[in-house]
Design a protein around this ligand. Structure first.
Ligand SMILES: *Cc1c(COP(=O)(O)O)cnc(C)c1O
Length: 349
């Protein structure tokens, strides 16, 4: 099926291949549940709930994810937000000053920022007019040192999911890694690509608890990929990158996935209502189809409308400077009360 031969050894940085990871106290003695006296990590012994180092492998949290997502713990890496997960990908696979990555603007700004921080050239291949990947141009932009192609689906700020066909063509014709950023997947009518990590050894999925799960404040990012890829990321991650408070709150939340689903259902209902009402506002020229918890609209004058809403106490995102996004605004779907305030304000303009 794959037209290319994927070889993880060929794309991993030399220094990472040879790396001996830091071995923490909690790596060297892994609890089997028996009562032990812990005098190995120089912690303060007086219990206050967080006096001990957290589990470096977040086993409790992963065990819930394993049952919900149908992958094994060796397919999961957790990080301090997706931002840390994405940064680890650069540090594991992209040689500074040598390698390059490809992004598809208009898209999430962090890929470019992380490329710049890590001194990796970022090649940009614009999405098409209807915000789909331009597959032939992407494959033409690939060279021998292209390590990662970042696909954001559903895409921020456009809101649409990319066609399955385009994603498969990229996966099957690229020898480096394909990251699908699924930050908004829980709002989407399309299925996650998580079940395809066995089919495509070069596929990496990132997700987050920051959006649908309502936990932007605790910083938890998730990465799903082959055991080989996850093993390399585990070698370079800081041992205690996901703190104890985050692990506890995340565990409670993922166990209570029904509550998350109920909130998502409400947000989708509100998104539908908003879409209908926005189509009646005369300065809104276009409402783009969305698979996420936000709506991108084209207006007559984005800067003017943005300022007018600010004066009415409503903050939205002005995307007018982004390529293909002239005079667009991005509206996050809020609560029913917030959305009604937005509608009222828009009608008054
Ligand atoms: C919001 C968002 C994220 C979330 O990043 P975190 O660091 O996990 O909060 C990731 N990717 C995209 C495209 C986003 O819009």
């Amino acid at each position: 099926m794959n037209k290319i031969q994927f070889n993880i050894d060929k794309i991993t940085r030399e220094n990472v291949k040879g790396l001996e990871p830091y071995s923490s106290a909690r790596d060297e003695y892994v609890s089997d549940g028996s009562e032990m006296i812990f005098l190995d990590a120089n912690e303060n012994p007086y219990d206050n709930g967080v006096n001990r180092y957290p589990d470096p492998q977040q086993r409790s949290l992963k065990s819930v994810l394993v049952s919900q997502k149908g992958v094994s713990p060796q397919n999961i890496l957790l990080g301090n937000g997706s931002d840390e997960v994405l940064d680890l990908l650069f540090r594991a696979f992209c040689e500074p000053n040598v390698d390059n990555i490809i992004t598809l603007p208009p898209t999430y700004g962090m890929y470019k920022v992380l490329a710049n921080i890590n001194n990796i050239e970022e090649k940009e291949v614009l999405l098409t007019q209807n915000f789909e990947p331009n597959v032939s141009e992407i494959l033409e932009a690939v060279d021998a040192t292209t390590k990662i192609i970042f696909l954001c689906s559903p895409n921020n700020p456009t809101g649409n999911s990319f066609s399955e066909d385009s994603i498969i063509k990229i996966l099957e014709n690229f020898q480096g890694l394909v990251v699908i950023d699924e930050a908004y997947i829980d709002f989407s009518s399309k299925e996650s690509w998580i079940n395809k990590i066995e089919t495509y050894p070069n596929l990496i999925i990132t997700q987050t608890l920051s959006k649908a799960y309502g936990m932007a404040g605790i910083r938890l990012g998730l990465c799903y990929a082959s055991e080989d890829i996850i093993a390399i990321l585990n070698k370079i991650k800081p041992p205690y990158n996901v703190n104890e408070l985050t692990q506890q709150r995340a565990l409670e939340r993922v166990k209570n996935v029904d509550q998350v689903k109920e909130e998502v259902a409400n947000i989708l209902k509100e998104r539908k209502k908003l879409t209908t009402v926005l189509s009646e506002i005369d300065f809104i020229e276009k409402i783009y189809p969305t698979d996420a918890n936000f709506i991108l609209v084209k207006v007559d004058n984005a800067n003017l409308r943005y300022d007018q809403l600010l004066k009415k106490g409503i903050v939205i995102r002005n995307r007018t400077t982004q390529p293909l996004c002239e005079n667009t605004l991005r509206l996050t779907v809020g609560t029913e009360i917030e959305n009604n305030e937005l509608i009222k304000a828009l009608k008054e303009l």
